[in-house]
Write a protein that binds this ligand. Structure first.
Ligand SMILES: [Zn+2]
Ligand SMILES: [Zn+2]
Length: 140
């Protein structure tokens, strides 16, 4: 189901504002070791293709976390702002940036094989291994 509503969010300190049009209201959780090291826990992100606009972009630093992706964060407060596929310009935005949480649904978990045993989500979701996730999203 398409939901092209526009959502606004900010980092903790307010130096960076984001406006995005997510492709749907579905949230994916990534359990990979990199996401968990980055944020201290799984990454909950909303897919936005390239329809993302940042105000205060001069306060954003990016870290090239792999050959194919980079991660952006606020230089002033450290808030994580995006995971971006370099080639495709595809953004995954941490859902916590956006104000209000009622519209989202957790529908997918990826890198499920890297999830540590000390937590599990009760929501019924599609679960993909890292390999399956790459196969599904290759070309994006
Ligand atoms: Zn900030
Ligand atoms: Zn990850």
């Amino acid at each position: 189901m398409e939901s092209r509503a526009e959502y606004r969010g900010t980092c903790l300190c307010g130096a960076v504002r984001v406006t995005a049009k997510p492709t749907s209201n579905s949230i994916g959780a990534c359990h990979c070791t990199m996401c968990r090291k980055w944020g201290g826990g799984p990454l909950f992100a909303v897919e936005c293709e390239s329809e993302v606009d940042f105000e205060g972009a001069e306060h954003i630093s990016t870290f090239s976390s792999s050959e194919w992706a980079e991660r952006g964060f606020c230089q002033k407060c450290g808030t994580h702002l995006f995971y971006r596929l370099k080639q495709a310009g595809h953004f995954a935005i941490p859902v916590g940036l956006f104000d209000g949480a009622d519209q989202w649904q957790l529908t997918e978990q990826i890198f499920i094989e890297q999830k540590p045993s000390f937590y599990s989500f009760a929501e019924k979701t599609k679960n993909l291994t890292g390999e399956e996730a790459f196969a599904q999203y290759s070309g994006k």
